[in-house]
Every structure is written in C-alpha cells, then in structure tokens.
Design a protein around this ligand. Structure first.
Ligand code: ADP
Ligand code: MG
Length: 530
C-alpha cells in the first residue's frame, strides 16, 4: 500500500478485497503542485518498449509563474488554436452546430501538457494492436456477443435494439469481409497500485482523432517558444499522428472496397458543435487521398439511402464505400424508427462500416466485464504473452449478480463506479448514489440488475494544471485519462493495418467524477514524457 490509501485488489480467483476506506489518494498533496519532469533523455518519436524510466525530478512549480506570464501563454495558445482549427462550435451561437465557420470558439484545452511516465505510455501503445485484434475476433463470435448480452437485452431497450440488428445479420449469414476498426482505448494511471488500468474500449465514434494531433502540436509550439522559461523541452511531447493515421486507414478501406467513384460517408448528429474534429479527417481524405466525404444524419440516410441488388449502398445517388459513424452510439441518436431503419439499411449493405454492428457491440461495457472473467480472453487469443498484457490493464469488473460484490459496494460505494450500457459521458453512477441504486435494485427485483456493471474505481494522481475555456484560464487540481487510438483494417485473411494511431489525453478537475470533453467535464491535453 502506498501512502495509506485505500486499496482494491482483484485476485485471479475473482475474490475482491477492499482493504481500507478511501483516504489520502484524493487529498491535496503538496507534491502534486510540482511537475515532475526529466529533461535529460532524448525524445522518443515513437513508442519504444526498451526505454527505461528515470526517477522524475521536480522542475516546475506553477506557483512561481506570475499571472502576466501565464496570460502570455494563454494569448499564444488562443491565437494558435484559432489559426490551426483547434475550434468547436460556440454553444451561445445558434447556428454553430450546423453551419461551418459560424460561431467558433477555441476547444477547451490544458495550457501545458501533463506529465506521464514513459513506461506506461509504452505499455499503452504496445497493447493497442492486441486490443484491435481482440475486437476483431469477438466480432466474429456472434454467439459470444448474443449470449453475453442476453440478460442486458431484457433490461435495456437500446442494447436490445442493437442486438436485434446483430441477430438479423447472423440469420442472413451476412459476413463483413473488409473490417475497419478505428478505436480508442482509455486508461487511467492508478496511483494506489501504480498500474495502467483500462477505463473502456471505444469502438464507435471515438472522438478527437482530429484534435489529438492538434493539441499535441499546440503544446509543442508553446514549449518551443516558452520552454526555456518553463524549464520544459518540446521534444518530450511525443509525436501524435492521430488525424493522418485514422484518415489513412479510411483511405485504405476505400481502396479495398475498390469503387473509384464511391465516397466516404460520415454519419453525423444533426446538430454537431464538434464538427471541426470530424472535418479534419475529411480534409486529409480529400487533400492527401483525393477521396470525397459526405455528411449525413441517420434520418437523411433513411430518406436518401438505398441498398442495391449487388449490395451497394447509395445515399442521394452516390455510392458509399466507407461509413464512418460519429453518431449512432446513444439512444438520443435514434429519436424515431427512421434512424433504426437507417442503421439496419447500412448494415445490410456491402459498404465498409466503421464500426459494424458486431464491432459496436464488442465495445460495450458488458462485454468489457465479460472479458475480465477468468478464462474468457483465452476463448479469443492464443498467445499467452498477449493475454497477460491485456489482463494487466483490466481493472476489477463485475456483474450485479454477485452478492459478495454488491455487499462490498453497498458498504464502500466510493470504491466503485456503477455503469449502465451507455456511451458519451455523463451516465455513470458514483459515491453514495452507487449505494442508493444498489439498494433500490435489491428492492425492485433482479431484472434491471443486468442493465449495469460495477467497476473498481481508479484513483489517478492529482496534479496542478491550467485549464483554458472560453478564453479564460483556471488553475485547478486535476486528474487525467490517456486514450490511445488504434486502427485496424482487414480484408478476409489479410490484415492490412493493425497499429496504435496516436493519442489523446483528457484532463478534468479532480472534483468531477465524469470525464467527457464534449460532455463538458474535461479539456483536451497532451502528454509530457518523464
Ligand atoms: P463513457 O462511455 O460515457 O465515456 P466511461 O466508462 O468512459 O463511459 O466513463 C466516463 C468517465 O467516467 C471516464 O472518462 C472517467 O473519467 C470516469 N470513469 C469511468 N470509469 C472509471 C473508474 N473505474 N474509475 C474512475 N473513473 C472512472
Ligand atoms: Mg469513455
């Protein structure tokens, strides 16, 4: 145990032990006011597992920088963001979610990159291709998906609708030959156990592949200009290829589909203030690969879409080779039957879906929890080293039909997060609400249990950061979540791409439980390797 903090351990026999109550891991620690940075090592441009970790040195004390200097950094960051398209629609402007170029605001950002140990960075990069492969194999096991979610289906209408489409595909023997996965695996560094633990694997609509690169480049630029004064070296912020790597993977999928006249279709929410992140991918597709992108809502796909006899999907008369979803992951994206019809139509076509319904379901929280059960990874993976690497990242995960865990969670709810089958932020249950909800479920009967999973709460180190929103900076205590993008492309037996594809750090005030940037809880960030 470190610093007398609360401790969760998860033994191989699935026994869960909560040894002490929540304590100093969330209390203010004077050390957390200091960035621990090491400037001596040469910069790694890619993940290299052989690099060793030196003990970090305290370099920067934020308290030493006067407001004038921070304001100058803020000014430079705002100019850079405006000039380079690190912008979102301004929520106070009515048309900012529908008309590009109208009502723009810089994206919420951390002013400086957040220190992150190089060894964990290497670990997160190393497992990305293994997770990509795992998702692909799960997607081929229709029975596993259906069985794992069979109880959830009864308790959760949204999951049930997705499973219905999946069943239809199984019944019609529909096979996805070209499979494109653009994933993001999210992690927090647990301060207590000193381990990198996965929060979740996102397989649909992973946000910010456009801005991951940009916020990294912004931080590199600020450190090039002000690094001497800050005592920071821009080269310790690792290169981030998120935009081009995702766009390149889409372009390769387009090539595999082999219809030069076909377009890439981005399925969008009708009102999308995060449109510029998406436009970055379209821009690379057009300028680097000469591929045209169209943007359609699910409702528009229903009216304009058609699947032809040979399987070709046309929307508004244009053949679509790749369907890239930036919508469709929450029940709010399906306000009527039209949207469900559109989802089914796309699934029935021969277009490459990113994701297919099977990839989508493979990324659900229930499947994440099933995978953490003893012996389940072995169903999909042969290589013992790969299995060990994945398992090392798994936090404690449980279904609600385990009375022992329910008892523990009612006693110490602060050590757990209760999660419904939802994506997009703002849905999880924390603290006393965990207890209340578990007690309510005990009173109301078994069935609704299956709508949730329980997860060990992870407590990352708290550090002092400057958060920048609406052109104003705030100094606060914050924790961070590292997302590593992964791209996977396969055509039948041929794996064309399987790589880690850049990253996104998200940083949020430590008093907030949730972490979404679009949902308004967090800011975009990059990492400073130490
Ligand atoms: P979503 O699909 O809504 O993004 P997540 O599982 O990623 O759901 O949870 C949302 C946020 O809640 C995360 O970004 C993280 O900040 C926080 N969170 C989720 N799980 C945990 C956990 N086990 N411990 C601590 N924080 C968590
Ligand atoms: Mg998440």
């Amino acid at each position: 145990m470190v610093g007398g903090c609360s401790s969760l351990s998860y033994s191989s026999s699935s026994t869960f032990i909560a040894t002490t109550t929540l304590s100093s891991s969330l209390k203010l620690n004077p050390q957390s006011f200091i960035f621990h940075l090491n400037l001596r090592k040469p910069p790694p441009l890619r993940c290299l597992s052989s690099l060793t970790m030196e003990s970090p040195k305290p370099i920067l004390d934020f308290g030493k920088f006067d407001d004038g200097f921070v304001q100058k950094l803020v000014y430079d960051a705002l100019v850079w963001s405006s000039l380079h398209g690190l912008v979102v629609g301004d929520k106070t402007h009515q048309r900012s979610g529908t008309v590009p170029g109208v009502g723009m605001m810089h994206a919420p950002i951390a002013l400086l990159p957040t220190p992150f140990p190089e060894s964990y960075w290497n670990q997160a990069c190393e497992v990305a291709p293994i997770f990509n492969e795992l998702v692909d194999r799960i997607s081929l096991d229709g029975k596993f998906i259906q069985d794992s979610l069979s109880r959830t289906r009864k308790a959760d209408v949204f999951t049930s609708r997705l499973l219905e489409i999946h069943s239809k595909m199984l019944e019609s023997n529909k096979r996805e030959e070209i499979r494109l996965g653009l994933h993001r695996s999210d992690y927090m560094l647990d301060e207590e156990t000193k381990s990198l633990l996965q929060i979740e694997m996102n397989t649909i609509s992973c946000s910010f592949p456009g801005f991951g690169r940009l916020v990294t480049e912004l931080h590199q630029s600020l450190l090039r200009s002000h690094g001497d004064h800050l005592g920071l070296d821009s080269k310790r912020v690792p290169r981030n290829g998120s935009t081009s790597q995702f766009a390149d993977a889409m372009a390769k999928a387009w090539l595999e589909y082999n219809n030069p006249r076909a377009v890439v279709m981005v399925v969008v929410q009708p009102d999308e203030r995060n449109m510029y992140d998406q436009h970055w991918l379209s821009s690379v597709l057009r300028e680097k690969h000469n591929i045209v992108t169209i943007r359609k809502s699910l409702a528009e796909v229903e009216t304009e879409g058609r699947v032809h006899e040979d399987g070709t999907l046309t929307v508004g008369g244009q053949a679509v080779s790749v369907v890239y979803y930036r919508s469709g992951y929450t029940p709010r994206d399906y306000p009527s039957e039209s949207e469900w019809n559109a989802r089914l139509l796309i699934e029935q076509s021969s277009a490459v879906k990113c994701p297919s319904i099977a990839y989508h379901l493979a990324g659900t929280k229930k499947i994440q929890q099933e995978l953490a059960k003893p012996g389940v990874l072995e169903r999909f993976m042969d290589n013992k080293d790969d299995i060990a690497k994945l398992r090392k990242c798994f936090a404690g995960l449980w279904s609600l039909d385990d009375p022992e865990i329910i008892k523990k969670a009612i006693e110490k709810p602060e050590l757990f997060v209760m999660k419904p089958q939802r994506e997009g932020g703002g849905n999880n249950i924390y603290g006393d609400d965990v207890r209340e909800n578990l007690l309510r479920l005990q009173r109301e009967g078994e069935e609704e249990n299956a709508a949730y999973i329980l997860m060990q709460r992870i407590f990352p180190k708290v550090s002092n950061v400057f958060l920048l929103r609406d052109g104003v900076y705030h100094k606060d205590q914050a924790i961070s979540e590292l997302g590593v993008y992964g791209a996977y492309l396969r055509n039948k037996e041929r794996v064309i791409i399987n790589e880690h594809s850049g990253y996104l750090m998200r940083t949020k005030v430590s008093s907030s439980d949730e972490g979404g940037v679009a949902a308004g809880y967090a800011v975009l960030d990059s990492i400073y390797l130490n």
